[in-house]
Design a protein around this ligand. Structure first.
Ligand code: FES
Ligand code: FES
Length: 209
């Protein structure tokens, strides 16, 4: 091996990497033209295919109201809620399904809306934090969050509240362990967990969710 091709860190040489990359690009180009050929044979021009795949009309119940939206194939429910329907109570934080800030209820089950495709909400019931208060009155768990000072920056709060809502609907008197389990997908960077757990206890005592 010539000096210039020797690995610099014991694994890869720069030249080897560049060679590999060129091969990858060439392979990608070949694949692309193969796909174009298949499309042509099938009589499907690329523009028409893209348009067909690009937009879908979805209808779902949003906090009890029938709602329609036109979404692109890869649009997430979170994007649709925040950018199209102006439901900005649901927060975008990690965008990778790790923090739970974007938690909404889909047919009553808590889901990360950043990992849920908008198309998958078609015909289903979506609930966000905006739908919890009724007639201007906060829900019992929202009241309890305020009473127990269960937030600092508040970024995790809508997701936490939605997960707590689902928990209390399913279990009227959860143990501390059950509460921890229900909230294990919701991260609070400010570390207000103790007060959040107290808020759940407080909502239970107040007899609501
Ligand atoms: S923003 Fe969806 S899990 Fe973090
Ligand atoms: S209150 Fe700040 S992340 Fe939870």
């Amino acid at each position: 091996m010539k000096d210039k091709e020797k690995p610099t860190d014991g694994k890869f040489s720069r030249r080897g990497f560049l060679k590999g990359t060129s091969l990858g690009v060439a392979a990608g180009t070949m694949l692309g033209s193969a796909r174009a050929e298949i499309r042509e044979q099938a009589g499907l021009p690329q523009a028409r295919l893209l348009k067909a795949a690009a937009e879908h009309k979805v209808t779902f119940s949003l906090n009890g109201a029938k709602t329609a939206a036109t979404v692109r194939t890869g649009h997430t429910l979170l994007e649709t809620l925040r950018d199209q329907l102006e439901m900005t109570g649901t927060k975008l934080v990690c965008d990778h399904g790790t923090c739970g800030a974007c938690t909404v209820l889909l047919d009553g089950e808590p889901v990360n809306s950043c990992l849920t495709l908008a198309c998958d909400a078609d015909g289903r019931a979506v609930e966000t934090v905006e739908g919890l208060a009724q007639d201007g009155k906060l829900s019992p768990i929202q009241e309890a969050f305020a009473k127990e000072d269960a937030l600092q920056c508040g970024f995790c709060t809508p997701g936490m509240v939605m997960s707590c809502t689902a928990l209390l609907r399913a279990n009227k008197n959860p143990s501390r362990e059950e509460t921890q389990q229900a909230l294990c997908g919701n991260i609070c960077r400010c570390g207000t967990y103790i007060n959040i757990f107290r808020a759940v206890d407080s909502a239970v005592k107040a007899g609501g969710k």
